[in-house]
Design a protein around this ligand. Structure first.
Ligand code: C2E
Ligand code: CA
Ligand code: CA
Length: 755
């Protein structure tokens, strides 16, 4: 094969034109899901009737500066195949293409790949990019920059040949990769009991999971290798043990055959598709995502959007829901959009409403409130169109969308708009047949009451809410419902009820295996338990709960689900609490960022004050101080700057009130002040001073019409506080603050002699 070394550009193009190069695909297989989850594109060259090994011609082309010519041809084959399948309505799985280090020197890789994505109208979600580990060692900048742009465009980045021996650990820290490909040939497993190799494999896998990377094991040939990988928690396998690389026709046949027989009869195609969908939905409910996915995949091959648009939309929606449940928002949205284009074309407004709503929910789970709202509003718009009201599921859909909008505005602190949507939702929830949604409605309503000075109403409705939750027949939202209820009980200081909720959750927990429940729920329960122990001030149980919580967190990062930082933070906090007992006492009183007291300290100081005030009966002032346009500070100048502003303002206030009382960090950008032995005149003076001194600091804030950071303040002055709780006073101060904010911010208001 001497020709390999001397190949010219013209020759290469002639060979490509004559079809000597062919794209083969090697399946990437999920063992647990029994599903194909991807495939790698590998080039095959048949020259003069014989296959030339890539191990020969790839390095040769790299040497003579021609590899990019071949690679861009193969990338185009991959995009073209995906777009063909997309047109036929066949289910797509991502294809990984190889990008050689030399490609970055020869062509603009980013431009080539993004142009292909646009030319073939194939989302980058369906194309993965493999870059070998060694590429990151040399030519650093150019590759890092390209990778970062490719990622921003939506491609997933795979580090190929991971473990082949370069400075692998450092690389993981620096590259924004999504998945590592662990090649078994780099581990010496000749002696199958090689403990060292096993340990290395396990720790590499654990480490990747720890920082949230996916893993594909490559080159798996034996059952022993497979066992090691399974034990280490690696599920996706690319290797001869399951499949060799194959041509496109064989790959298609494989996709089709994989799940034949799972459903027995195959009468006509469309009913077969529907059966697959129904089966898949059942599997989804049992959280068997891999199998559910393979079945909708089968359905997708049968259902034609032109002849059966409704089933098609249903199928795309279900696929989206499955991907969403698997944590892949990108692909989820991809499928919702596919369904949406057909639903809009056919004027299925209830279906479009549902699809928009589901897209919103994906954003909701990413805590991107603005986008979530955008899609929920589109959903509401679809549902508001005439001719809907008679349609099946309309009431349910309209309820869900309005509730979602309510919850999102609530999360943004826009309580008035939240309430508008809640009122809309109320119309639907009162329709016969919607009884099982009443709990959700009332629970959200109570939370809204809590935020808007109507604690009494929340308190009043609480027993009914408990009753609904405990008598519900529909258990589908059990965990969410219980969580909401528990948190509400906590806020209302209904500790007995909270205990009942917690016990109920823990009882349920014992009825399932650990895998069925998942760690997220266990963590959630444990977090509630922590809050409960804090609430009832049971220090001993609190410690026990905290230890149990750490154990769960540890497990969780082994599953790669929790950000490392959060868990580490928590650990550090705990160490600080336990190792130095004196420190511990202070620590839980003090806000970490600003060094002023926190809510806990506020509650404690207020109690002391209550005692004293009972003895000598002086007046007290309670104020809430809020930084104006603080969100904009964070958005424009970054969180570090935001943190700095919080520190400055807290110090300004602290200095002014140091002889009269205390300051506490109450929320993100809200402080509470407790002023002892003051009357309304004195409070006015303090408020003016706080207003002026903050402004005089000249902290830049373009969002404010004064161009500098200002604060808004609301106060109450009380005669005696014997029977009132601090949480009952704060809403009155908050109301004053609200009025200031409504009237242009940067001011203060004081209400005198409330009680
Ligand atoms: P790679 O990217 O690491 O690809 C995986 C190689 O491992 C493939 O070899 C595949 O056939 C092989 N393999 C997969 N499972 C097993 C297994 O269980 N046992 C063994 N022994 N091998 C397995 P292939 O196709 O010969 O390609 C070799 C290398 O050539 C690739 O390594 C890649 O670096 C390069 N290559 C292949 N096609 C392309 C391409 O289109 N562009 C570029 N730039 N490089 C390519
Ligand atoms: Ca590869
Ligand atoms: Ca590889």
């Amino acid at each position: 094969m001497g020709c390999v070394d001397e190949i010219t550009e013209e020759q290469l193009h002639t060979y490509i034109r004559q079809g000597e190069f062919e794209m083969y695909l090697q399946p990437q297989y999920s063992v647990a899901g029994n599903a194909l989850v991807g495939a790698e594109a590998l080039t095959r060259w048949k020259h003069q009737g014989e296959f030339v090994s890539p191990a020969k011609f790839i390095p040769a082309l790299e040497q003579c500066g021609l590899i990019a010519q071949l690679d861009s041809y193969i990338w185009e084959c991959a995009f073209s195949l995906q777009s063909e399948k997309q047109r036929e309505g066949i289910f797509l799985i991502p294809i990984s293409v190889n990008v050689s280090r030399e490609d970055f020197n020869e062509i603009d890789v980013y431009k080539t790949l993004t142009e292909l994505s646009e030319k073939y109208d194939v989302s980058p979600a369906y194309m993965h990019i493999e870059i070998t580990e060694s590429a990151f060692v040399n030519d650093k900048e150019i590759i890092y920059e390209a990778v970062s742009k490719l990622k921003d465009f939506g491609f997933m980045i795979l580090i190929d040949d991971f473990g082949s021996g370069y400075s692998a650990l450092n690389i993981l820290k620096d590259i924004e990769a999504d998945i590592v490909k662990l090649d078994m040939k780099f581990f010496d497993l000749t002696d199958q009991n090689n403990v060292k190799a096993r340990n290395i494999i396990c720790s590499v896998i654990q480490m990747a999971q720890l920082i949230g990377l996916g893993i594909i094991a490559e080159g798996v040939e034996t059952v022993e290798q497979l066992d090691i990988l399974k034990e280490a928690g690696c599920d996706i396998i690319q290797g001869y043990y399951f499949y060799h690389p194959m041509n496109v026709a064989d790959f298609d046949a494989l996709m089709r055959s994989l799940n034949k027989g799972r459903i027995r009869k195959k009468a006509d195609e469309s009913s077969f598709g529907k059966e697959c969908i129904a089966e898949s939905r059942k599997l989804l409910e049992k959280a068997e995502y891999g199998d559910a996915l393979t079945l909708v995949q089968r359905a997708a091959e049968q259902i034609n959007p032109a002849t059966d648009p409704r089933t098609y939309c249903d199928m795309q929606n279900l696929t989206g829901v499955i991907y969403g449940a698997m944590g892949n928002e990108l692909l989820a949205v991809e499928h919702y959009l596919a369904g949406l284009s057909v639903a809009l074309k056919n004027d299925f407004s209830v279906v479009s409403g549902k699809l928009y709503n589901n897209i919103g929910s994906e954003y909701q789970s990413l805590k991107d409130h603005e986008h979530a709202i955008k899609y929920f509003e589109l959903s509401a718009k679809e549902l508001l169109r005439e001719n809907n009201s008679g349609q099946e599921n309309y009431v349910q859909r309209a309820f869900v969308t309005n509730m979602n909008l309510c919850v999102e505005y609530y999360a943004l602190g826009e309580y008035r708009r939240a309430e508008e949507y809640l009122n809309q939702a109320e119309i639907f929830v009162k329709t016969p047949g919607m009884e099982s949604d009443m709990f959700h409605f009332l629970a959200v309503q109570s939370n809204l009451y809590m935020k808007t000075d109507r604690r009494e109403l929340a308190q009043e409705g609480f027993p009914h809410l408990m009753e609904l939750a405990f008598n519900a027949e529909d258990r589908s939202d059990f965990w969410d419902d219980m969580e909401m209820l528990g948190n509400l009980a906590l806020e209302l200081h209904e500790f007995a009820a909270m205990k009942r909720v917690l016990d109920n959750m823990e009882n349920q927990l014992h009825m399932f295996s650990e895998e069925q429940i998942g760690l997220d729920i266990q963590v959630k329960i444990q977090e509630m338990r922590l809050a409960y122990c804090k609430g009832i001030k049971d220090e001993k149980s609190l410690r026990e709960a905290e230890l149990a919580y750490i154990e769960l967190c540890k497990k969780q990062y082994l599953e790669g689900k929790r950000t490392r930082a959060a868990a580490i933070d928590y650990k550090i906090q705990l160490n600080m609490q336990y190792e130095e007992n004196v420190q511990y006492k202070k620590q839980i009183d003090i806000d970490q960022l600003t060094g002023v007291g926190n809510r806990y300290k506020l509650e404690k100081d207020y109690k002391t004050l209550k005692k004293i005030s009972g003895e000598n009966g002086g007046q007290i002032g309670v104020g809430i101080i809020d930084l104006d346009y603080f969100k904009e500070v964070n958005d424009t100048y970054g969180h570090l700057q935001g943190d700095y502003y919080l520190k400055v303002v807290s110090q300004v206030i602290k200095k002014i009130i140091s002889s009269t009382g205390g300051i506490y960090r109450y929320g993100g950008d809200e402080f509470v002040v407790l002023l002892v032995d003051v009357d309304a005149d004195e409070v006015t003076k303090i408020a003016q001073q706080i207003r002026d001194e903050t402004e005089s600091r000249q902290l830049c804030n373009q969002a404010s019409d004064r161009n500098v950071l200002t604060v808004s303040q609301g106060y109450v002055v009380l005669d005696q506080i014997k029977n009132i709780d601090i949480w009952q006073i704060l809403p009155y101060a908050d109301r004053q603050l609200y009025n200031v904010k409504k009237n242009g911010k940067h001011g203060y208001r004081i209400i005198d002699k409330l009680i």
